[in-house]
Design a protein around this ligand. Sequence first.
Ligand code: BGC
Length: 683
Amino acid sequence: MKRAILIAILMLCASLAQAQILITREDRERAAALVEQMTLQEKCALITGQDDGFHTAAIERLGIPSVRMADGPQGVRNKTNSTYYPCGLSLAASFNRSIAHGVGTGIGWDASARGVRIMLCPGVNIYRSPLCGRNFEYYGEDPYLASETAVQYIRGIQEQRVIATIKHFALNNQEFDRHGTASVADERTINEIYFPTFRKAVEQARVGAVMTSYNPVNGEHAAENKWLIDQLRGWGHEGIVMSDWTSTYTTLGCLNGGLDLEMPQGYVLNYEKVSELVKNGTIDESVVDAKCCRILQTFAAYGLLDLPMKDESIPENYPESRRKAYEAALEGPVLLKNDGILPIKASNKNNIIVVGPNADIIPYGGGSGRMDPIEGTTTTLYQGLAALGKGYKVSLMDWQNVDEAALAKASAVIVSVGFNHDTEKEGSDRTYSLPAGQNELIAKVASLNPNVLVVANSGGEFDVAPWLGSVKGLLMAWYAGQESGRALAAIISGAVSPSGRLPFTFWGSEDKNPAARYYHAVVPAVKQRSKNRDPYPNAEYKEGVFLGYRGVERFGVQPMFPFGFGLGYSTFEYSNGEIETLPYGYRVKFTVKNTGKVPAAEAAQVYVSRTGGSVARPAKELKGYEKVKLAPGESRNVSILLTSGSFARYSIAEHDWVVDKGSYKVLVGRSSADIKLEMPLKL
Ligand code: BGC
């Protein structure tokens, strides 16, 4: 009876707690009391992954259950089929916090329905180069956009009583030789570019777990890097710090560095190794206790020590989750070029051919982010277009055996190209060029038909130079999940105006990217590397804080398509720019009007620019944005809050953030290169 009452109270608290689950004093005390009763052997079991490597240890005599975890950013993976959501890059491209929150919520439902209580996502490593094989999982090049997206996604997951795990901490920005290349960056670069997303996730979303990265950070493996893990604790992280799968090296390093949970199993934190160090006095058992406490206090806060793991009220194939996947798939695609080909309106003259390797599949990036959708729930691009019905008589053509006469006669040809799980994936970098045969396909189609739209799947920029001038449209679809076909068809047919914006700078050539020269460490050409190699080759982040669009003015390079850019089917006007001074910051106010003929959404962006000052700073830094949906002719007053943190820079001398007094500009615009309102501000 007592237990039933406790469960009822906890369930009520869990539903009330909604926005954030905090570790309370009761959780800490309960965890400490449990740890007091544990043997060293049980403690070592708890701090290491068990069974299939996706479970924590059960300690039945103390009522501690095994907790199941699963990858990954696009849905619930590992031994299950589940809703397949758009990839991380697509969520960032939506420039819409509620989309990120919606996908997090859907993943939380899907996890709860399967008894999964730790989700190994989001992945938030900053996009430094288009080559990184995991960019599709992440949130692009800008720390503010990435932070806002991550906070909402994490809240969505955790509101369902599922622990989110932000990864990979830190500076895991290339997949090439990820175990064997050491990331080296200065303190300012780390704090201004690579830490903010993790920090906001801790401070604003109270993320339950953090996963360390494979690469060493400034000389020390991330899982054993005390300086690195201490940063998290300094921001207030009382939850779990877990290693990435097989990224631990020494027992002492993992014990002293602050790691709590070694995954997927106890290579270095097993009982034999740990007990030897405890027995010979090298380590005090309290070090192990602290790890157990952090794990158990997190479990306690999420009700995992009391409530059922599985939420039987949510079906595994949940229509509400699918709705979230569809809503997100509508807002991520970015239209980069449109010489009048889109939208393709219904007409009995339409004779549309869809051709290309990705036309009739659900493309996805490979590795641990790979998903298995539920059978019968997916819609490919071709299926989505075919389902448009009357006014669209659509046909699919084999891309390796094209019918030239039919292509020449088509009213429009949609060429569906891009990467997939084999060509863009975890564990290796990808090529800058499209995979074999695809440039040739586009060139051939464009030589036969003047009305060509390219729809591309990728986790970032790739080489479009060979054919961009000869096609009428380019739509970046990223990896849009199980609903991609339905959503793309809605955009192509004009039912929905595209509203995604580039979450990275599309340079148009590999070497314009400020990070390109420093991206890969200069490594000897050996195939098989030893994990314990010493010294590691360094990947030095010499572009510093001038990454992506922050490097445009600094290095005098012009991108093909700027950060924040994306076309739609309407036009917008900005007016009434004003800054209101508040006791705790500034309110930037302006009006956005839809001056076109169709309903459309605008991603209004606010950048801060320091004018003058002795410290070199990026000419523009994104510090606010709002997605505004407007009917034709409709106006909306937008107000965006800037705090003193919006103007701060990190000072290496002071090892802290500082706000320089003096002149700034607040820029409001449609992209980082299309500024509509400029307002001076003196701090
Ligand atoms: C990846 C992690 C993932 C883990 C478990 C590792 O290879 O780097 O992101 O969560 O595997 O699948």
